[in-house]
Write a protein that binds this ligand. Sequence first.
Ligand SMILES: Cc1cc2nc3c(=O)[nH]c(=O)nc-3n(C[C@H](O)[C@H](O)[C@H](O)COP(=O)(O)O)c2cc1C
Length: 191
Amino acid sequence: MLPSFRSAPLGPIKQKLLSRVAPTGVERRFPERDIIVSKTDLKGTITYANRVFLDVAGLTEREVIGAPHSFLRHPDMPRAVFALLWERLAAGKEIFAYVVNLAANGDHYWVHAHVTPTFGASGEIVGFHSNRRVPHPAAVEKIKPIYRKLREIEDNNANRANGLAQSRAHLNAILAQAGVTYDQFVFSLAS
Ligand SMILES: Cc1cc2nc3c(=O)[nH]c(=O)nc-3n(C[C@H](O)[C@H](O)[C@H](O)COP(=O)(O)O)c2cc1C
């Protein structure tokens, strides 16, 4: 069933998102009991999205399946966080992260994401899976200025690679100063 969606033409909303819809600044919320779920192939192309995902993002399954996961990317998200995400996933490890995403109309929603590799029968990575829950509001407020700083470093560097390296170095410096690992840091935000 799902593979047939992947060759579907881009819907107008997806095209709009892909060309970076302007953020409205309006925050969307979803019920605490709900989990936003998506699965991707090895390249981050969406292969599955649950109903909660579609409802919160304001998209149809037809528009989502086959799209790169980056099409939901909010401009406030630092590239350093996604670099860490892909590094961890490539190493076969899970990662937790606070993420702000765009909805189809430019509204945004914060999530606490748990992203994991999916393993095949012989232990090889065959795709990725993300479960997202309602984040602790205090954690979001704590992460916002950190992400703002990381974005600032990335945006103020004419060289993309240098910007990313400096942004990651800044994140590492925050962790080193607090004497914690990234995982400990993420979980400490909610307390
Ligand atoms: C399972 C999975 C879920 C992801 N979820 C999101 C997401 O919700 N929002 C997002 O912006 N990127 C998400 N990503 C990361 C994107 O693939 C991408 O790296 C990121 O949006 C940065 O895009 P860019 O590399 O084009 O700058 C996810 C990746 C995987 C593998």
